[in-house]
Design a protein around this ligand. Sequence first.
Ligand code: NDP
Length: 333
Amino acid sequence: NQQILLARRPEGMPTKETFAFRDIPKDHPEDGQAVIKTLYLSVDPYMRGRMSAGKSYVEPFALNEPISGGVVGEVVESRSEKLKVGDKVQGLLNWQLYNTVDAASVRKIENTDVPLSAYLSVLGMTGLTAYFGLLDIGQPKAGETVVVSGAAGAVGSIVGQIAKIKGARVVGIAGSDEKIRHLQELGFDKGINYRTADNLQKAVEEACPNGVDVYFDNVGGSISDAVLNCLNDFARVPLCGAISSYNIPEHEDLGPRIQPNLLKTRSMIKAFIIGDYSKDFDKGIKDLAEWLSQGKLKYKETMIEGFENVPKAFLGLFEGKNLGKQLVKISDP
Ligand code: NDP
């Protein structure tokens, strides 16, 4: 067995030295436990926060201990009635080739008609984040304008499509022309490449002639400053993430503040954490699966193969290497 540890806490951008690989002995399940072989493993921007020691909504990863995150795996040994060999499960597991867990701590995947990796993307944490953040906080109405940043990523690409399903006009902001073309394929009304726009605020104004009613914020920083300058009165801003600041060392200035814009427009900005919605996950998964089967929802995954490439996949998130959900394929079922 093998695992990936947090070898040192990054100052600013993480590097491959942030991680270390360690061989560990195979362990044997006790009563009520099962051994899960990792098939797919999720890398996520929020993990960057857990690599620092500062206080947040989840505990920091411990130094020299395995990193953990979303995994889809297969039961290869079981001493529980809840799981049998061959069952597919999802859970928050260590970055390991094999995890020995209490059977109750993972969720069995009942519908295997959907590709298993989807349980780490559109039917997983990022799909649910899009669903609840947009519908509960953003509350888009038909005819309104929804802007989403990080639009070609795992959360953003689903946000835009759900907003379309709700009848909104949707503008996505992302970091390459390829990503903008992808947004068009997903049915977004307009895409803005923030790396090539001369004046981002102007580009948002042109793309949103009726102003912005919902801004789903995945990135923060200067991209959000530009959009927040375009809010209509009583706009809603689901504050989902702020990836642009994740690698800025704590003592450095984060740039202009957003509060004056919110005050001016009496807009509501409400942060949320996907875990707050856990009691409604089943409904979210049901709706997402239905839209998928009706062809109303599409999703893209960028797959890197091999356990040795997990750090690379993670670091690539901060360079925009992924289209859709970044995943790592560890092994075949
Ligand atoms: P993505 O799939 O969107 O991957 C990250 C993307 O962020 C990259 O592809 C890149 O796209 C963009 N990016 C990277 N660095 C910057 C930067 N400096 N400025 C602007 N954009 C940047 O990740 P997720 O969909 O998983 O997550 C999106 C956001 O949602 C993150 O901020 C994450 O922390 C947050 N999140 C919050 C949750 C919650 O419960 N509140 C749950 C899940 C995610 P590009 O090429 O366009 O720059």
